[in-house]
Design a protein around this ligand. Structure first.
Ligand SMILES: NC(=O)c1ccc[n+]([C@@H]2O[C@H](COP(=O)([O-])OP(=O)(O)OC[C@H]3O[C@@H](n4cnc5c(N)ncnc54)[C@H](O)[C@@H]3O)[C@@H](O)[C@H]2O)c1
Length: 360
């Protein structure tokens, strides 16, 4: 079983630790700037070692570093892991700048190491079933997709929400990776984007915890609405907002010449998956693929197996880089008021297919 070291033992680390045994990786050590936090997770999940970051990176038995730090540390920790000769799998987004992300992929290629990145929800039952339905022609030729994440922002429930309103975060970088990874995994590369961006409020008020009532400055757009042109000819509209109350429109939907497909919430692994036929009939489709429950870590497990078997992994650094470039180009377009062309391209990841039979 591939041995993993986790750097960053905050909120999201629990599910990766919980899923390790069933998905087939072994967490040998955990680390955090706050070593007590790392020790607490090690105790709760029976991890052999809680180490400093330096000691974890120097551990000879660790093959992959699972980087669950905050976005600003994704690039630096990934680069240090690669320099230490480890493969790395990051939480989203891949890095907080494109330059950092590019350096990460280049260094990995030079050293013959892998970079993987969340989200891996596109490998779940919902999106793998959708992929098969689209391939089978259920909606005919896909013409347009719509992605809509409407929310009033995280400051109501998050006790320390200021980072959500700083550059590198906002709704686009926080939630956009789920929607964009889902669309790009289904439809391939984005070629150009056009967007409008704004912040409806200049500050936000913390709603819970010890900082309740304090104001947080808004330093990044909290409403991003754009159009994406895919190389395949598909167009998509995408709105990621912390400024508005959700209505009844679906989160993610694809419209084709013979029907439409309402996709699951891309922040989940399961369904529902529904189609509307040309006559207006609505049908709930059964999910005929595994991993309907919270299977965070599936992309990491797939990368670990792919390394052993010498084949490409699916939640790849290249895919995450294209997602990151799409997000930066949306922001640049909104700021400059013009269409932006992407430089990177990505090969659509294969279906999870037979891999699923060997994991879990
Ligand atoms: N919380 C969620 O529901 C959720 C869901 C999906 C993805 N994510 C992503 O997972 C990542 C972590 O989120 P979280 O909610 O667990 O955050 P968190 O703030 O709860 O935990 C992050 C941890 O990383 C540690 N850390 C930061 N910089 C470090 C460094 N340089 N070296 C070592 N440790 C460092 C912090 O001390 C902290 O314990 C983020 O990228 C986030 O976007 C979170």
């Amino acid at each position: 079983m591939t041995r993993i070291g986790i750097v960053g033992t905050g909120n999201i680390s629990g599910i990766y630790l919980e899923n390790a045994a069933r998905l087939g990786y072994e967490v040998l050590a955990v680390s955090d700037l706050d070593l007590e936090r790392a020790q607490a997770q090690a105790t709760q999940y029976g991890v052999p070692h809680a180490l400093s970051v330096d000691d974890l990176l120097a551990h000879p038995d660790i093959e992959i570093v699972l980087n669950l730090t905050i976005p600003a540390a994704h690039g630096p920790i990934a680069l240090r892991s690669l320099e230490a000769g480890k493969h790395v799998y990051n939480e989203k987004p891949l890095a907080s700048t494109l330059e950092e992300a590019k350096k990460m992929l280049e260094r990995a290629a030079q050293k013959g190491l892998r970079v993987g990145c969340a989200p891996d929800t596109f490998l779940g039952a919902g999106f793998q079933s959708a992929r098969e339905q689209l391939k089978g022609g259920i909606i005919g030729q896909p013409v347009h997709a719509s992605a809509l994440m409407a929310s009033v922002g995280p400051e109501g429930w998050h006790p320390d929400p200021s980072f959500f309103f700083q550059p590198g975060a906002g709704p686009l970088f926080d939630m956009g990776p789920y929607y964009l990874t889902a669309l790009i995994s289904l439809f391939g590369s984005v070629s150009s984007v056009f967007a409008t961006v704004k912040s409806t409020h200049t500050e936000r008020t913390v709603g819970s915890g010890p900082k309740a009532g304090q104001s947080v400055p808004v330093n990044t757009p909290t409403h991003v609405s754009g159009v994406l042109n895919f190389e395949s000819g598909l167009s998509a509209s995408l709105t990621m907002s912390f400024d508005m109350v959700p209505g009844s429109a679906p989160l993610l939907e694809v419209y084709g010449t013979k029907g439409s497909l309402t996709l699951p919430d891309p922040n989940t692994f399961g369904g529902p998956l529904e189609t509307h036929s040309v006559t207006g009939e609505k049908i709930e489709l059964s999910l005929n693929k595994p991993f309907e429950d919270n299977s965070r870590g599936l992309g990491l497990a797939n990368m670990a197996q792919a390394i052993q078997e010498g084949r490409p992994h699916l939640a790849s650094g290249q895919l995450a880089y294209h997602v990151l470039e799409t997000m930066f180009k949306l922001l640049e377009s909104g700021e400059a008021g013009k269409l932006m062309t992407l430089e990177s391209k990505v090969v659509r990841p294969e279906a999870l297919g037979e891999i699923a039979a060997r994991v879990g």
